[in-house]
Design a protein around this ligand. Structure first.
Ligand SMILES: Nc1ncnc2c1ncn2[C@@H]1O[C@H](COP(=O)(O)OP(=O)(O)O)[C@@H](O)[C@H]1O
Ligand SMILES: [Mg+2]
Length: 235
């Protein structure tokens, strides 16, 4: 599902990633952990095609994303990836359901279908009665669940989350974490979650420890995009 080979990334003279090898299976929920400044966000952004590595290859959902043009990358992100950030980043002037529908519009989905899908997701999240509320009328936990629904609206293969529960209280944290596993079980998504939260890290399928620009005990990918034509990219 995700195959990373020998990724390096520097900002000026600071080499943040020093040769990362990583393989993540479809349907895995993995956490990326490590000290602040270790390069967790940088790695997640590279997996999410929001940043490019200086060298190395990144394959996501059977596609070598390091070779895509900017235009193809934005289509790829819209169709294959969902993002959840620490602070929900919902658009304040739109309602919950509208925020969820926006990526579907960008993908060219009809309004009827986008609304239908957004309603299903709101229902799944237990937020049906919050559909027409704007973000400032929602609690922190509700906002974050709307953000997760927005990430899911195009049914992406991979959800990337950067400290998703970092701004939530314990109860909302636990609910959000459970939601990730429920979603994986229901929709089969792959989750890559950067977290400081030990409770979350302890329940993920695998912890990826990042330290000094390298992964402790890396699993080196066996295949590259080039010989993974049998992989069927999701719709
Ligand atoms: N765009 C950037 N320009 C310069 N330095 C950056 C940039 N992004 C990250 N860094 C630096 O790279 C290092 C790793 O950052 P980051 O990936 O955000 O770490 P983490 O998420 O593990 O805390 C930090 O020292 C940070 O200051
Ligand atoms: Mg970070």
């Amino acid at each position: 599902m995700i195959d990373i080979k020998n990724i390096t990334k520097s900002f000026g003279s600071l080499q943040v990633l020093k040769g990362i090898d990583l393989h993540i299976d479809r349907g895995e929920v993995v956490s990326i952990v490590g000290p602040s400044g270790a390069g967790k966000t940088t790695l997640l952004q590279i997996i999410g095609t929001l940043d490019r590595p200086d060298s190395g290859t990144v394959c996501v959902d059977g596609i070598d994303v390091t070779s895509l043009s900017q235009k193809k990358l934005s289509d790829f992100r819209n169709q294959h990836l969902g993002f959840v950030f620490q602070f929900h980043q919902l658009l304040p002037e739109f309602t919950a359901i509208e925020n969820i529908m926006i990526p579907a519009y960008i993908a060219g989905t009809s309004q009827r279908q986008a609304k239908q899908r957004a309603k299903e997701l709101l229902d799944f999240m237990g937020l049906t009665d919050r559909a027409t509320h704007k973000p400032n009328e929602l609690s922190g936990g509700e906002k974050q669940r709307v953000a997760v629904a927005r990430a899911l609206v195009n049914n992406p293969a991979v959800i990337l989350a950067d400290e998703p529960s970092g701004s939530l209280d314990t109860k909302n944290k636990e609910e959000l974490h459970q939601l990730f596993f429920d979603l994986r079980d229901k929709f089969g998504q792959t989750f890559v979650i950067v977290t400081h939260d030990e409770a979350l890290a302890s329940i993920t399928d695998r912890n990826i420890h990042l330290r000094d620009g390298l992964i402790e005990t890396p699993i080196i990918p066996q295949e590259t995009c080039l010989d993974s034509e049998t992989t069927t990219p999701s719709e």
